[in-house]
Design a protein around this ligand. Structure first.
Ligand SMILES: *Cc1c(COP(=O)(O)O)cnc(C)c1O
Length: 397
């Protein structure tokens, strides 16, 4: 097989035809600024509000609770800073999160710590899950915010968000959820799931890059991150990315309309991959097998470097990841795998395969045939593997 096998959909996805089609009219003819009072501008405004209403309905929100942003990172930054400063105004300076959030969350919290906020980083269990009880036990009278992701971008585990949301409601603590890996992939409904603020990014569900949204419940105050014009009900300045927003709405509509079918298809391919790859000796699936995204396979192979594995797989046309796209290029093992308690040596040998509705069974068979060969080759030239085989160091998995 010489075609590209793209299994890095947690990093980004190909745009769907429906998303591209929805974008085109706003790139060519309808170039108006929605803030303009003339017809060309008002046509754009109409498209913007239609997209907002469509998106709101797809997650169980009201249109006025949707704020368009430049993507998931901006939505995370705005939600967290807004809730933190709103809390601070009432004397609350404590925030609860997990140790394995996306860096858009963790780096924002690090900055807030420097400003005097206190952050509790809940440990995740070795299966990549936390419990609502653990969140509840960490809540203090001065807790301003709980921010916990819906599904992890590296190991694909799905957290008990509805229960965590219920605990936050009971204690009157604002609950933000980074749902970038969840929306469009598993059912998400902000009302049923007790979510106050939700971050979403279009390019993770076959929409364009550089566009996303923040849901903020109408009873929860929202502060600006970006100052300027009065767009987005005064909460996010800047001329709206109409083409991107319309494409995002179309992509989400497509993803949600095919949700059941896509989940079943991807889960079957995922399970075949897991069964095939866990046959490799001294390998391990990272995170719960049951509570995981339909498209996520995260593995560790002892005695190899994930980076080398990726490069050799790329040479065979397989585009995968060793973890998060954001940490590739750094030699530190992933903070997510370390948070699951994996030893450094094991975490270095990681491989993430993330599927989409476009993957085929033929591609999965190809991956199952090729990965063992590459792992075997890398082990044959690995001094660490030699030590493991000679019994000079113990196998950890
Ligand atoms: C991709 C991702 C983000 C960042 O979204 P961008 O639109 O790329 O800024 C945030 N959180 C999670 C969990 C992600 O997977």
């Amino acid at each position: 097989m010489v075609n590209t096998v793209y299994v890095d959909n947690a990093a980004t996805t190909a745009m769907s035809e429906e998303a591209i089609a929805a974008m085109m009219p706003y790139l060519r003819g309808n170039y108006g600024n929605p803030s303009s009072l003339h017809t060309v501008g008002q046509n754009a405004k109409e498209a913007l509000e239609e997209a907002r209403a469509e998106i709101a309905a797809l997650i169980g929100a009201e249109p006025k609770e949707i704020y368009f942003t430049s993507g998931g990172s901006e939505a995370d930054n705005q939600a967290i800073r807004s809730a933190a400063y709103t809390g601070l105004a009432k004397g609350k300076k404590h925030i609860i999160t997990t140790a394995f959030e996306h860096h858009a969350v963790l780096h924002t919290l690090k900055k807030l710590e420097k400003e005097g906020f206190e952050v509790t980083y809940l440990d995740v269990h070795s299966d990549g899950l936390i419990t609502a009880g653990e969140v509840e036990a960490a809540i203090r009278p001065d807790t301003a915010l709980v921010t916990i992701m819906y599904a992890n971008n590296e190991v694909g585990t799905i957290e008990p968000i509805r229960e965590i949301g219920a605990v936050c409601r009971a204690h009157k603590v604002t609950f933000h959820c980074d749902a970038v890996q969840a929306v469009g992939h598993i059912p998400v409904n902000v009302a049923d799931d007790n979510i106050d603020m939700l971050s979403v990014s279009a390019h993770k569900f076959h929409g364009p890059k550089g566009v996303g949204f923040l849901y903020c419940k109408k009873t929860v105050p929202l502060r600006n991150l970006i100052e300027g014009g009065a767009q987005e009900r005064n909460r996010r300045a800047g001329t709206e990315n109409i083409a991107g927003i319309c494409a995002m709405a179309a992509a989400l509509k497509g993803a949600v309309s095919r949700l059941g079918e896509n989940m079943a298809k991807e889960a079957a391919l995922r399970d075949k991959l897991i069964d095939g790859l866990t046959k490799i000796e001294h390998s391990k699936l990272n995170g719960s097998r049951e509570k995981r995204l339909p498209g996520n396979v995260s593995m560790c192979f002892e005695g190899i470097e994930g980076e080398s594995l990726l490069l050799l797989l790329d040479a065979k046309g397989i585009c995968a990841s060793s973890g998060s796209a954001c940490t590739s290029g750094s030699l530190d093992p992933s903070h997510v795998l370390l948070a699951l308690g994996l030893p450094h040596e094991v975490a270095h040998g990681s491989l993430r395969l993330s599927l989409s509705e476009y993957n085929t069974e033929e591609e999965i068979d190809y991956i199952i045939a090729e990965v063992p060969k590459v792992v075997e080759y890398l082990r044959s030239i690995s001094p660490v593997w030699e030590e493991l085989e000679k019994g000079e160091r113990p196998h950890l998995i």
